[in-house]
Design a protein around this ligand. Structure first.
Ligand code: PLP
Length: 386
């Protein structure tokens, strides 16, 4: 009998340790990790640099709250702005949902202060995912996330089928649009570049805000620091979490405009000494990985393996989707989703699911080429059952 709430359905596997992109369970079985804790462990497991940072920092100070200055927070905020290439103001929190909550509050305050009639509506896309708090659930454009059990939900959120439809439905109440440039939970779908550019332009002309939720697709996941760079846009607000801390819980909301004033928002844990130090180390390592060319090599190599799978198993797979190391294989038959997922576990390979018929791959960004090779060997073995 468990003392945990029943909201998760967990696999009966207990991981006890890991190194790079390999995890070991308590029976000593090894797994190649193509999931990275849902895109969190961007530098894999037990990374030397992260280890050192945690060790060093834990001997000094872990937490002091936001009542006092924290120079690492300043450094991390500056680093993010420098990597973006334009001036931003950061707020640090502990998760993706919280980063989006911050974005919602920023947008609503912006909508109050900048127009004669308050604007407050935020538009999102169908199949998006923005978090599990009551507000971010409502922001999430999937009806299955709005069951009556949790009603009433807050007002001011609407979702639409496409970017064109969003543009058509902007009205006098609209203050912002939030998009995942590559939808994670909703099918590893990279949005169309021209549509995104058009949306960005329309919003700019009307002085409305573009928010990109880069909780999953940001922090080099797609090959650049942010997916917005791939899209050639400069969003007004960007939210981060998952990969930002290399495994420690940290989220960030960054904004071009400094909208909040004293007392508008806060978080006790947000951006404490431990997590900001680890995030800074993570970013420094990822910058090196990008500059050395290794990140681009890994992306190419990983995608090549996926393309081979598509070519070799045309009856099982329809196509590859995604960007960078945020990849999906679309299945022709959704029945195979759970079958392949389970077989991979049996064969020592961790992958993820997305939507109803997509296998999702979010490996550590510094994954080794031998780990990639071994992972795909196990993947092919797993396909034999079909
Ligand atoms: C995971 C995710 C979230 C929610 O992040 P949490 O840390 O679970 O709160 C929000 N947006 C996107 C795009 C995500 O992938």
């Amino acid at each position: 009998m468990s003392y945990l709430m029943s909201n998760y359905k967990k696999e009966d596997i207990v991981f006890t340790e890991g190194k790079n992109s390999v995890l070991i369970d308590k029976n000593g079985k090894d797994y190649i990790d193509f999931a990275a804790g849902i895109g969190v462990c961007s530098l894999g497991h037990a990374n030397d640099k992260i280890l050192k940072t945690i060790n060093k920092q834990s001997k000094k100070i872990l937490h002091t709250s936001n009542l006092y200055k924290n120079e690492t927070q300043e450094k991390l905020a500056k680093k993010i702005s420098k990597l973006l290439g334009y001036k931003t103001y950061a707020f640090f929190c502990n998760s993706g949902a919280e980063a989006n909550e911050c974005a919602i509050k920023l947008a609503r305050k912006y909508g109050t202060q900048n127009f004669k009639e308050k604007k407050y509506e935020i538009l999102s896309l169908k199949n998006s995912f923005h978090g599990r708090t009551i507000a971010t659930l409502k922001l999430t454009g999937q009806d299955k996330f709005h069951p009556k059990d949790f009603a009433p939900y807050p007002d001011g959120f609407k979702f639409f089928d496409s970017i064109d439809e969003i543009i058509e439905n902007i009205n006098e109440k609209t203050v912002a649009v939030i998009i995942e440039l590559v939808q994670g939970e909703g099918g590893v779908k990279a949005l169309d570049k021209d549509s995104v550019a058009k949306l960005s332009e329309v919003l700019k002309q009307r002085n409305l805000l573009l928010i990109t939720d880069e909780v999953q697709c940001g922090v080099y996941r797609t090959g650049e620091f942010v997916a917005s760079k791939e899209y050639g846009i400069k969003p007004d607000i960007i939210t981060f979490a998952k990969g930002l801390g290399g495994g420690v819980p940290i989220g960030a909301c960054v904004s071009k405009e400094d909208i909040f004033t004293f007392g508008d928002h806060g978080s006790t844990f947000g951006g404490n000494h431990l997590v900001t130090n680890v995030a800074l180390t993570t970013l420094n390592e990822l910058v090196k990985l990008k500059k050395s060319g290794d990140l681009d090599k890994n992306i190419k190599n990983f995608q090549k393996h996926l393309d081979e799978i598509i070519k070799d198993y045309p009856l099982i797979f329809e196509k590859r989707t995604g960007l960078g190391l945020m990849q999906g294989l679309v299945l022709k038959d959704s029945k195979n989703l759970d079958i392949i997922y389970k077989k991979c576990l049996e064969n020592g390979l961790l992958i993820l699911k997305s939507g109803t018929n997509i296998l999702r791959f979010l490996p550590p960004l510094n994954i080794d080429k031998d780990e990639i090779k071994e992972g795909f060997k196990r993947f092919k073995t797993s396909l034999k059952c079909l």
